[in-house]
Design a protein around this ligand. Structure first.
Ligand code: 7RM
Length: 632
């Protein structure tokens, strides 16, 4: 990996080169991967359409880069170390040779089930090694995976299955998460009632809970595997721009959209960013605590780590099970060298005090990372003092589902850190700040909306089945720029600090949730006339969800109605979208043209009622007074 940045000077040099000659820069990185055939043209792009293509006419298979290429030198090296939820169960290790074998055999299972190149396969599994095996097996034969986080409801799964036109599902009977057994297959069964197109469900047996297996449709993972013997299934030759996966993510309007990532560009950038940001060294054990159901798990548990020949430590359970010392036990047990987690996890562990750290060594750690939301200074210092013992650099990595990999971050031990700042762009990334009119804001000590003005290899290619939505969401707000949806401050030294979303997307415990999605779910509940959902500052979650709801008539038993509405949200989206606070109101603050003034609702939810700003355009200023009185 001679694209690894080794000094601050090199960072500056590489950054300058990546801007002066992006094609040459990325070609020299891409050279270091395994191709069946090299590209003709490095990049072709037009943000207005948008149309972005990297490594045009290149042919490859990402699993040859993740697996086959490592067999000779690293075959016996652990690719995946898996720590189970329960402390009494042994951990599992899959070496590169074993993972390669497993992926080939499961790819043969998929092929025998009738899966063809380009088919969309929905994966709804817990955090077991079979989840990355399923993803890689799809990639091996050119099928497009769509992983759905295990916390989503049957309705959400059905929406995604239909949107992607999936005919195949891979799931587990159940999943262990902390003290709970989550019945995944039951949820899939509920989803499939609305998805007659699904013809095959492959079920990995994890919890041995009772499941319904429908004849002709549902089969067991282990039984199917017994029927194949392919230990070296040839990889399908893919075009550089063939889609690798779809991952659904929330936006400011409507239902979640399927972000599509391409094969080559995603591979190159996932690996490049992993190797550089974490300054990966041979022998590193990379512990990313994200769930693979989110982009962080896709890139920094599976693809980036394996392409780099690293070892990925994956954990099935939750940080506080069986106690708040579990993550530290896992670090010590497996001698993790890199820990990558979310501020929300740090805050929840911080709340348990230092006792859970007693007797833990943590001396194997070399680099720490955070992702998913702005990190508050208190959590940053706690991480630095008590986990890194002031000897591990902390990388604050800003990126998105749509960017595929880390965009802004310090480079561990090489470029400076600053608490609360994602600091500087990686080579190849050209951030700009714009005002509401889209005018570029130059200079330092300035704030604006964060955009990117030049394509990078792993930029979102389209939103599945609706390219226009991709354009309007990311490329229409400011002509010629990719708009991130985030507000940002650039300090006097040119360092970037993300200040949070400027659209109607919430970030609850590092999970992206659209206010419109939650409102739509609330509005489905009987008796609800209208609702408005906003975020407010929450000590542990970063943001909490505050829902203002108008009922046909004020409920007699508000607590009961509230519980029912929460149940509806759990059914429609999943428990992660349940509001923390619900207030029943008679009216919402609206302008004369009928628009809800969310700014006012946010201020009330934050308790900032002494300065509500301009309320002169309100149709009925009286409702504001009522809402303030009834604040929960
Ligand atoms: C990787 C991921 C994306 C949104 C993004 C931001 C927020 C992510 C940071 C951050 C401040 C960070 N993908 N965000 N990382 N905010 N500092 N280091 O989280 O698609 O699920 O979310 O998350 O608002 O737009 S995501």
């Amino acid at each position: 990996m001679n694209y690894q940045i080794k000094s601050y000077e090199q960072y500056q040099k590489d950054y300058a080169a990546s801007v002066a000659d992006p094609q040459g820069f990325w070609a020299s990185v891409a050279e270091q991967f395994v191709w069946r055939k090299k590209w003709d043209t490095v990049l072709q792009w037009d943000f207005l359409k948008p149309d972005v293509q990297w490594f045009i006419n290149g042919k490859l298979n990402i699993t040859e880069n993740c697996l086959d290429r490592h067999l000779a030198a690293l075959g016996d090296r652990p690719a995946i170390i898996w720590e189970p939820n329960g402390t009494d169960e042994p951990h599992r290790v899959l070496t590169y040779a074993q993972l390669h074998d497993y992926v080939c055999r499961f790819a043969a299972v998929l092929r025998n089930s009738g899966v063809k190149k380009g088919d969309r396969i929905c994966i709804y599994m817990g955090m077991v090694p079979e989840l990355p095996v399923a993803m890689l097996a799809c990639a091996r034969i050119g099928a497009i995976h769509s992983v759905i986080f295990g916390g989503f409801s049957a309705q959400s799964i059905a929406d995604r299955l239909q949107d992607a036109g999936s005919e195949f599902v891979i799931t587990c009977d159940g999943a262990y998460r902390g003290p709970k057994d989550i019945p995944l297959k039951n949820t899939i069964d509920d989803a499939l009632a609305a998805c007659p197109a699904v013809k095959r469900v492959i079920v990995y047996q994890r919890t041995h809970c009772p499941v319904s297996m429908i004849k002709g449709r549902d089969v067991w993972w282990h039984e199917e595997l017994q029927a194949v013997s392919e230990s070296n299934l040839p990889a399908e030759e893919m075009d550089a721009e063939d889609p690798l996966f779809i991952l659904y993510t929330s936006g400011s309007t409507g239902k979640p959209k399927g972000v599509v990532h391409s094969t080559a560009g995603y591979m190159v950038y996932a690996t490049y960013s992993f190797v550089n940001v974490f300054q990966v060294q041979p022998g590193d054990i990379h512990f990313c605590t994200a769930d693979i159901g989110w982009i962080t798990g896709h890139t920094y548990i599976v693809y980036g780590v394996l392409c780099a020949g690293g070892t990925s430590l994956m954990y099935e359970g939750i940080p506080t099970y069986p106690d708040a010392g579990r993550l530290w036990d896992i670090v010590d047990k497996h001698q993790a060298t890199i820990l990558y987690t979310a501020p929300t996890a740090l805050r929840s562990l911080m709340a348990h005090g230092l006792q859970p750290l007693a007797g833990k060594s943590l001396s194997s750690l070399r680099v720490l990372g955070t992702v998913g939301e702005p990190i508050n200074e208190e959590a940053w210092h706690w991480y630095d003092d008590h986990i890194g013992k002031n000897r591990c650099p902390i990388v604050d990595t800003w990126w998105q589902t749509e960017t595929g990999g880390i965009m802004l971050s310090n480079i561990a031990g090489i470029t400076p850190a600053k608490p609360g700042y994602a600091t500087l762009p990686l080579p190849g990334i050209q951030p700009v700040l714009v005002d509401e009119q889209g005018t570029l804001i130059y200079g330092n000590d300035v704030s604006g909306n964060l955009c990117i003005r030049f394509p990078w290899p792993s930029i979102v290619r389209t939103t599945y089945g609706d390219h226009e939505r991709c354009r309007t969401n990311y490329f229409a707000a400011y002509e010629g720029l990719y708009f991130t949806g985030d507000g940002c401050y650039r300090d006097e030294n040119g360092m970037y600090r993300i200040t949070g979303r400027v659209d109607d997307v919430l970030n609850v415990s590092g999970h992206r949730i659209g206010t419109a999605e939650v409102e739509n779910a609330i509005n489905m509940h009987t008796g609800v006339l209208e609702s408005a959902v906003v975020g407010y500052l929450h000590d542990l979650k970063g943001q909490g969800i505050y829902a203002y709801i108008i009922m046909q008539s004020m409920p007699d038993d508000a607590a009961h109605t509230q519980a029912d509405i929460l149940q509806t949200i759990t059914r429609v989206i999943g428990a992660i979208a349940r509001p923390d606070k619900v207030q029943f109101v008679h009216g919402l603050p609206k302008t004369r043209s009928g628009k809800i003034m969310r700014r006012i609702l946010r201020k009330i939810a934050e308790g900032e009622t002494d300065n509500l700003g301009d309320t002169s355009t309100l149709l009925d200023p009286g409702v504001v007074e009522e809402i303030m009185q009834g604040k929960v």
